[in-house]
Design a protein around this ligand. Structure first.
Ligand SMILES: [Fe+2]
Length: 265
């Protein structure tokens, strides 16, 4: 089973530019690439910061663009989102009994849990008692062989993260998240975690640097391949236009410049 992990779309209203880029053009390009080159994926998961200011007009724009995607998609919200406006437009996305955008779904025996870490008005994430109680019920109901978790905030930076860890250790096999606008692969409390670039602007990461710089580093989404309980995460730079060549082509191997590469057969 394959799916796509995409994050931090930051869609604006009326295609307003953002840091010199068009979030709309970026998302269209990602969707075109998925429809063309990843047409066998079961779904596309988008891990928050769907809109840039959390306005209804932005979610309406997002909804229209997502209409072009050939496969199902699953949405969750991040710190740039606003719950009420999101729910107004995406009324069909499930919420829990307290109105948090949290739900679970199963694809080919793989159990996916989507959680809402939005703490309205704050950049940092929160998993309150209500949201963790919902998770406890979800984990209790699922008796299968482990689950996969989607969050917006990195789990190590969420208020309530320690409780989350104690609940999901041994139960969740991988955590997919966004927020950091760059690929981050590692582990948290022994659980594998990963994030991807934003579809728009990226953050420069320097150890100890207090100022967050943005950068137009090329975006990626991840093609996630799940086979027999193993999880492979392959970042794909969907705007990359560099020449392609056949690896075993001897003429290609000898090429002294990109211009000398023979065209693909
Ligand atoms: Fe973001």
């Amino acid at each position: 089973m394959r799916f796509i992990h995409m994050t931090d779309l930051h869609i604006t209203a009326k295609d307003q530019p953002l840091y010199g880029l068009s979030p709309h053009i970026r998302l269209h390009a990602a969707i075109d690439c998925i429809n063309r080159d990843f047409d066998d994926v079961a779904f596309v998961a988008m891990t928050g910061d769907l809109a840039n200011r959390g306005e209804a007009a932005e979610y309406e724009a997002l909804q229209e663009i997502l209409g072009k995607l050939d496969m199902p998609h699953y949405l969750l919200i991040g710190n740039h989102d606003r719950r009420a406006a999101f729910r107004q437009v995406f009324a069909d996305v499930p919420v829990d009994d307290n109105g948090f955008v949290q739900y679970a779904f199963t694809v080919e025996d793989n159990h996916f849990i989507v959680m809402d870490t939005l703490d309205e008005g704050k950049v940092t994430g929160l998993l309150c008692e209500q949201r963790l109680d919902w998770l406890a019920g979800e984990l209790k109901n699922h008796t299968g062989d482990g689950s996969y978790l989607f969050l917006h905030h990195p789990p190590l930076r969420i208020s309530g993260g320690k409780t989350l860890a104690s609940m999901v250790q041994g139960r969740v096999k991988h955590v997919f998240f966004g927020h950091v606008h760059r690929p981050l692969h590692g582990s948290w409390m022994g659980i594998p975690i990963s994030s991807q670039h934003s579809t728009v602007h990226q953050f420069v990461y320097k150890f100890g640097d207090p100022v967050t710089q943005g950068v137009h580093e090329p975006p990626t989404f991840a093609a996630v391949n799940m086979v027999a309980g193993n999880v492979m995460i392959i970042p794909h730079a969907y705007l990359d236009n560099s020449p392609r060549f056949v690896m075993r082509d001897k003429e290609a191997a000898r090429a002294a410049s990109p211009e000398e590469l023979p065209p693909l057969p």
